[in-house]
Design a protein around this ligand. Structure first.
Ligand SMILES: C[S@@+](CC[C@H](N)C(=O)[O-])C[C@H]1O[C@@H](n2cnc3c(N)ncnc32)[C@H](O)[C@@H]1O
Length: 235
């Protein structure tokens, strides 16, 4: 029965259940016809930075994969194996339908909470695009999320973050609350320097690159961040 349904017919009930406001990237069929719009922004900047990564023969995990936009990208760029992880079972059902439709075989999708759940494997590259935002910061998931990410990634981390937040206006929090949870050094002039916290957590063993504006400061919109594990030097 399912074989006779179009991709759109298979996906429609899933999209309705998930809610179109939770479809992050555009979904196309294998002939590149747009089926559903995505609500996420910044695709251009993220895509540009992603294009510099070498996926060839790598194992890749896409954390909070939504409908698998970046999982499929990595799979098509020559990754040996891609695992897309999302906590929403309906989203993962959609990803599996898309993988069958695209006939992409080096990708699989799993339902899991990658922050607090069981994610036993490690991967050469970990993608975590448009995951860290106001809610993750407010709900105190930021530190466990970053700590999981560092355990899962063997060689390279690719994520998007807003380097700095206005604590009152954007986060709707008090500077003391943020300082108590995330550390006083990252709260300056009522701004939360998320980039500083990420750099400090990754520490000396990761080489971080984040594009800067013309003045050399990280930009304040959502931004790609790549961290590559430095080789271990045995003395
Ligand atoms: C904003 S979307 C980002 C989607 C995707 N990374 C992209 O850029 O297209 C966040 C996704 O993370 C999923 N998610 C939220 N919390 C999660 C968790 N703890 N573990 C796994 N997935 C989670 C949501 O269901 C949602 O699909």
């Amino acid at each position: 029965m399912i074989e006779n349904m179009t991709l759109q017919q298979q996906l429609e009930p899933i999209i309705r259940k998930v809610g179109p406001e939770n479809i992050w990237r555009p979904i196309h069929d294998r002939n590149d016809h747009l089926l559903f719009e995505g609500v996420g922004h910044y695709t251009g900047t993220i895509q540009k930075a992603l294009n510099t990564l070498n996926f060839s023969r790598k194992s890749v995990v896409d954390l909070g994969c939504n409908f698998g936009f970046y999982s499929f990208y990595a799979a098509q760029k020559g990754a040996a194996r891609v695992v897309g992880i999302d906590s929403d079972p309906d989203v993962i059902r959609g990803c599996r339908i898309l993988a069958r439709h695209y006939r992409i075989t080096n990708v699989e999708f799993r339902v899991a909470d990658f922050i607090f759940g069981d994610v036993p494997d490690t991967y050469d590259i970990a993608l975590m695009v448009d995951f860290i935002g106001k809610n993750v910061i407010r709900k105190e998931k930021l530190l466990p999320c970053l700590s999981r990410l560092m355990k899962i990634a063997r060689q390279c981390i690719f994520m998007s973050i807003i380097p700095e937040y206005d604590i009152h206006r954007v986060l709707k929090l008090a500077p003391d609350w943020v300082a108590a949870r995330y550390g006083a050094p990252f709260v300056q002039n009522e701004r939360f320097r998320l980039i500083g916290l990420v750099q400090s957590l990754l520490g000396e063993s990761w080489e971080i690159s984040i594009p800067c504006d013309k003045g050399g400061r990280p930009q304040v919109t959502k931004h790609p961040l790549t961290a590559v594990k430095k080789p271990l030097i045995l003395l």
